[in-house]
Ligand binder design. Structure first.
Ligand code: SAM
Ligand code: SF4
Length: 457
């Protein structure tokens, strides 16, 4: 097995980035992207260097066609759930850094987790992403497992959380096994920056070990987890280098384990209360959208996640050119749903509620999806990829998205102004579901209307 450290070939990537690429190759690369079989690192190096507005428009157009072809009109929504801000690391960019004495650190008790979960279910969420700092005393793996079990155990008249994804520090195979036994959805871990010297400069504590961070997904795979997420914190280093590295990391996982990452997250640095660090490589909006489009072309079957770190206008554009999942109605304060009485990890730029986000999403003719069917039917890892590449999964995704969106709409209090519009959109997309699935979906939609929940293919 090739060492993942060697996959991030810095001298080669830098050389690729500084080369003048003949833009005549652009057309060929975009045509290749449209075949939806991915791109090479060398292709990606051409794309990250384009500046000419007409080339950028062509890139966005191709990325939008790929997004439409694979993900259709669906947009999966979720919320983060911060359970503990105890942290022994000192990451320059994060407000939970160990030097922060202003932060009244807390770790949620299980009843508090239950309260937060009830809040999210009441809002209409079905998927959460558990987040906490690294602290072997406070945030032991057994604590995280107890949290996950408690979240899954909460059942209310408005349903329950059906998928718990997790974003916690790099850990051991044994600990990843515990997460697997707790039935997590995706295990996400961001490399923050793939540039080794920048990484080592910006981190102190156990996380400062570049090798430990970059090999985490290998250990997770070894434990049996096969649904993994990558990410970079954009702003720490040259975004073009990070995109080459993300694609290289994805291709490495695919080659070694026959399963590429399920998702790639694209967080951009946001200001935070005690953080004096300012990004050395700030990513302007236009470049941010470019990187989303390039990732969509390079790894077409990998979900791309955007968060509320981005303003609504940017999110809206990014949905069109590549994003398949978005957080909504988020709070980045530990235990912050319903009471924002502590400091956040960072300040967000989209403070709308889930309902407000959905209102805008349906204006764009996108279907908010809360679907968790694949994970619950064991369609993960290699099984998921085998179904998703020939387009099989997609046939089921649309009906599943419509069913979960219908649940959301029927559970809203009346007079909200969006139920009617949402149901009209469901009608519209139902027309493109092929028979016999369409009739079956219509039958299930009737059942949802009559109060049945959690119906899926
Ligand atoms: N503590 C774990 C870790 O660092 O891997 C778990 C997740 S941490 C709560 C989630 C992510 O938040 C980090 O990986 C980092 O990329 C991001 N983050 C931290 N500070 C940020 C900031 N100021 N702006 C935007 N994102 C930030
Ligand atoms: Fe701790 Fe994660 Fe924040 Fe770093 S990014 S200080 S590890 S919570």
């Amino acid at each position: 097995m090739k060492d993942i450290g060697a996959v991030i070939d810095e001298p080669y990537f830098q050389e690729l980035l500084s080369r003048t690429h003949p833009l005549t190759r652009l057309g060929t690369i975009l045509e290749k992207a449209l075949r939806m079989q991915g791109l090479t690192i060398e292709d990606v190096a051409v794309l990250v260097n384009i500046k000419e507005p007409s080339f950028v428009s062509s890139l966005f157009e191709v990325a939008a066609r790929i997004k439409q072809g694979i993900y259709g009109e669906r947009l999966v929504l979720f919320a983060p759930l911060y359970v503990s801000d105890f942290c022994i690391n000192d990451c320059e960019y994060c407000n939970f850094h160990s030097r922060n004495r202003e932060l009244n650190r807390r770790q949620l008790t299980l009843p508090e987790v239950e309260e937060q979960t009830r809040f999210l279910i009441e809002e209409g969420h079905k998927r959460v992403l558990v987040e906490c700092g690294e602290d072997e005393v406070h945030n032991k793996i057994n604590y995280v497992v107890d949290i996950i079990n408690r979240i899954y155990s909460v059942k209310t008249p408005k349903g329950n959380i059906r998928r718990v994804n997790v974003n916690i520090a790099s850990t051991s195979v044994e600990n990843y096994r515990k997460l697997k036994s707790a039935h997590i959805g995706t295990y996400q871990l961001f490399q923050e920056t793939y540039h080794r010297t920048t990484y080592e400069r910006l981190h102190k504590g156990p996380k400062s070990d570049y090798g430990r961070q970059i090999s985490a997904h290998n250990r997770a795979f070894e434990s049996g987890l096969d649904d993994l997420g990558l990410g970079v914190l954009f702003g720490l280093y040259d975004w073009r280098f990070e995109v080459l590295s993300l694609v290289a990391h994805s291709q490495y996982l695919e080659k070694e384990y026959h399963i590429g990452p399920h998702t790639i997250s694209v967080p951009r640095f946001c200001p935070a209360p005690s953080v004096t660090y300012t990004p050395e490589y700030p990513v302007p909006d236009e470049d941010f959208l470019k990187l989303v489009a390039i990732l969509r072309c390079a790894v077409p079957y990998t979900g791309i996640i955007i968060s509320t770190r981005e303003r609504p206008q940017i999110r809206q554009k990014a949905f069109q050119i590549g994003i398949s999942q978005a957080s909504a109605g988020s709070v980045t304060i530990t235990g912050g749903y319903g009471k924002k009485d502590s400091q956040p990890q960072f300040n967000i730029h989209d403070e709308r509620s889930l309902e407000e986000v959905i209102k805008d999403v349906i204006k764009e003719k996108l279907i908010p999806s809360f679907c968790t069917a694949c994970y619950r039917l064991g369609r993960t890892g290699e099984r998921f990829m085998n179904l998703s590449k020939p387009g099989e999964i997609k046939k089921l995704c649309r009906p599943n998205a419509l069913l979960t969106f219908a649940e959301y709409l029927y559970d809203l209090p009346s007079g909200n102004g969006i139920t009617e519009q949402g149901l009209l959109l469901i009608e519209e997309y139902l027309k493109v579901v092929e028979e016999p699935l369409r009739s079956e979906t219509m039958r299930l939609l009737q059942e949802v209307k009559q109060g049945k929940r959690d119906l899926y293919f």
